[in-house]
Structures are given as structure tokens and as C-alpha cells.
Design a protein around this ligand. Structure first.
Ligand code: NCD
Length: 361
């Protein structure tokens, strides 16, 4: 039987598949080739990715360790193709590349490229890929990372693509860093299994929620709560995935009653860049879904507050100094998990583990 590889399937057939089916074409021997969606990761991969990130961050503490890490990929180049506004994810990937010694090039604005001369976006990206060994892409065009992955795999020079946020659909590396943050936060309280996690805010259009809700299906007895005004509630596609994974969830609109119930609260911003008519989401009163300083009293002692950032008013600044607010740590975790992911794509995980065993024990 033909292996499930993107060069063995037509674009038409591939695009018809559901997400778990697509994921099988993106991994080669349980290792991602392209990283496009949360569905590519199982429990074992998540555990390995987290432990690799922690090893990298420990190795990086010394000059000798940084020397080792920085030599791993100094013969490779990565392109950061970020045509949708981004600074934190851009810099997080940029820093992750630097840690591993990768040289980077960047496109931030498609209007300065030959796309303006009438070149198709596909041709532009294919041209850029000729100079690089890895493409890290953020775009607002639905399905474009998938299309490019299929297209590049079917050229004589297939270059891996990492999805750094695509339209409203997925943000797999944000979900990886969120899981890594949960792993670390619950290290002494039995890990992620059995925890209750609330998503709050714009759940209809937040791609980080879509990816993380799926990754959490890899854990046992996790209950998910979706807390939002009805106009911004979680969409059926996510619930269908939870149903088919047999995951327990609750749809809620009374934020204050959920706060004492849960082990983690994942706050999100209103994604008004997706409003169909300007100002549409401003008409929705979301103030009941803000985490205020008073809410800290309701929150369990061992619980954590997360946010993919950028934040607006949904978390009061006074909350930042509470030890349960982990969103700044989450940012830092993102850099390490992205370094771990890139190292894994280039099959360097064993080498890093060996270095760790020899030098860090
Ligand atoms: C998120 C995104 O871009 O989807 N941010 C991020 O990657 N750090 C969330 C957001 O923009 O609200």
C-alpha cells in the first residue's frame, strides 16, 4: 500500500479529508514533516516535546550549552513569512531559530513582493522557499498553509512548513506552548489528566482555542468549559471533535460561577478583525467575561490563569502579580517549545538528549 504522503494524493482528494485524516499525511513515522494542525500530535509526542523544551532551556543557561545548541542548525536557513500582523509569535520563532543557530530571512508584507506584479501567492512562496530549508508561515488566508504544504511536497525540493497561525482555523504552536505551560503548572499536582479547563472570551473566532481544545483530548478525564456570550460561543466543529473523543464539556455563560470550579482559565481577546461589519462585536457586552482583581478570591489556590496575548481589558493588570497568573511565563515557554519543535523537525532531538545526559546530569 502507498504510504500516506502528500505526493501520493491529489490536492482535491487531500482537501476533502477530515482533520485527523489529513494529519496522517503530514507526519512521517510519528514525526511531523509539516506542522499544520493540532491533530498531528498525540500524548507521547506532547510529553516528548515538553521534556525536550525543558532540556533545551536548561542547556541554554550556560555559554557552552548555547554554543552546542547554536551549532546544531547553523548550516540551515528559515524563512519567516508573516503577512498577517504579528510581533510576539514572529519574535518567538525568530528567537527559537537563533537558539538553534538557524539563519532567518523574513517577509512581513506581501505588498512589497512580486505578488504586486501579478505573481500568484503560491509562486511567490515557492520562489522564497528555494532559498530556505524551513518555512514558518502566518497568513489570514484560510487553507493557504495546507495548500502550500501540498504544493511544496510535490516539487523536487520539499521544504517543511510550520503554521504560525492560519486565519481562524489553527494555531498549533500556540497550543503546544499552552500544553507545555499546563504541564509545568501541574507538575506537582498530577499533570494535566483530570483537570478542568475553562476557555473564556471569543471562542467563535479564536484559533488558539480551536487548536488547544483538540490537544487536550489527548489527556484523560479533562473537562472543558466554554464560557462566552452566545454570539461568541464555541463552534460546532470543535464540539464534534470533543464528542468523537468522548470528552466531557460544558457550555456556560455565567463566568463567576465557573471560576471556583476549574484548574485553569484560558482568557482570550475579542477577535474583531474578523467582524463581518465594522464594529459588530463592539455591540456585544463582554464585560461579564473579564477577569478582575476581585475574581482572584474565587479562584482555587492551585489554579492558573492563561492568555495567548495580546491582552486588552479581559484581564485586569492588577492580576499580573498574582502567582497564579502564568501568561508571562507562557510567552517564554513558547520560545522553548518552538525551539524543541524545530529541533524535532530536523531530527536533532536524540542529539540534544545525549548532550543533556552527558553534560547536565
Ligand atoms: C493569538 C493569535 O494570533 O491567534 N496570539 C498569538 O499568537 N500570540 C491570539 C490573538 O491574536 O488574540
Amino acid at each position: 500500500m502507498d504510504k500516506k504522503r502528500l505526493f501520493n494524493i491529489s490536492w482535491e482528494d487531500f482537501s476533502e479529508l477530515n482533520l485527523p485524516e489529513k494529519a496522517q499525511y503530514l507526519n512521517h513515522n510519528r514525526r511531523p514533516f509539516h506542522v499544520l494542525m493540532a491533530q498531528q500530535f498525540d500524548r507521547e509526542m506532547l510529553d516528548e516535546m515538553g521534556s525536550l523544551a525543558t532540556r533545551i532551556r536548561r542547556i541554554a543557561k550556560s555559554k557552552a550549552g548555547m554554543g552546542f545548541l547554536g551549532s546544531l542548525l547553523n548550516h540551515k536557513r528559515a524563512m519567516l513569512y508573516f503577512t498577517q500582523p504579528s510581533s510576539r509569535t514572529f519574535l518567538s520563532f525568530y528567537a527559537a531559530c537563533q537558539i538553534l543557530g538557524l539563519t532567518t530571512g523574513e517577509v512581513r508584507d506581501a505588498s512589497t513582493s512580486s505578488e504586486m506584479k501579478g505573481e500568484s501567492r503560491e509562486d511567490s512562496v515557492r520562489t522564497f522557499s528555494s532559498y530556505f530549508d524551513l518555512l514558518i508561515m502566518r497568513t489570514q488566508i484560510e487553507g493557504f498553509v495546507e495548500r502550500m504544504s501540498w504544493l511544496l511536497t510535490n516539487t523536487e525540493r520539499p521544504v517543511p512548513i510550520v503554521n504560525a497561525g492560519s486565519a481562524r482555523d489553527q494555531h498549533p504552536t500556540q497550543a503546544l506552548l499552552d500544553v507545555y505551560t499546563l504541564q509545568r503548572s501541574f507538575e506537582r499536582t498530577g499533570g494535566i489528566d483530570g483537570k478542568r479547563i475553562a476557555f473564556v472570551g471569543d471562542l467563535a473566532r479564536g484559533r488558539t482555542v480551536r487548536s488547544l481544545a483538540y490537544l487536550l483530548t489527548n489527556y484523560g478525564n479533562v473537562k472543558q468549559y466554554f464560557v462566552a456570550p452566545h454570539q461568541l460561543q464555541v463552534t460546532q466543529d470543535i464540539l464534534d471533535q470533543l464528542d468523537s473523543a468522548g470528552v466531557e464539556y460544558e457550555i456556560a455563560s455565567d463566568f463567576e460561577s465557573i471560576i471556583p470550579e476549574v484548574d485553569a482559565i484560558y482568557m482570550t481577546r475579542i477577535q474583531d478583525e474578523w467582524d463581518k461589519t465594522p464594529g459588530e462585536s463592539r455591540a456585544i457586552d463582554v464585560s461579564d467575561f473579564y477577569f478582575t482583581a476581585d475574581h482572584l478570591k474565587l479562584l482555587r489556590h492551585s489554579a492558573v490563569i492563561m492568555h495567548p496575548l495580546p491582552r486588552r481589558e479581559e484581564i485586569a493588570v492588577e492580576v499580573d502579580s498574582d502567582p497564579r497568573a502564568v501568561y508571562w511565563r507562557q510567552v517564554r515557554n513558547g520560545m522553548w517549545i518552538r525551539a524543541a519543535l524545530i529541533a524535532t523537525l530536523f531530527r536533532l532531538d536524540d542529539e540534544i538528549r545525549k548532550y543533556y545526559e552527558l553534560n547536565m546530569r
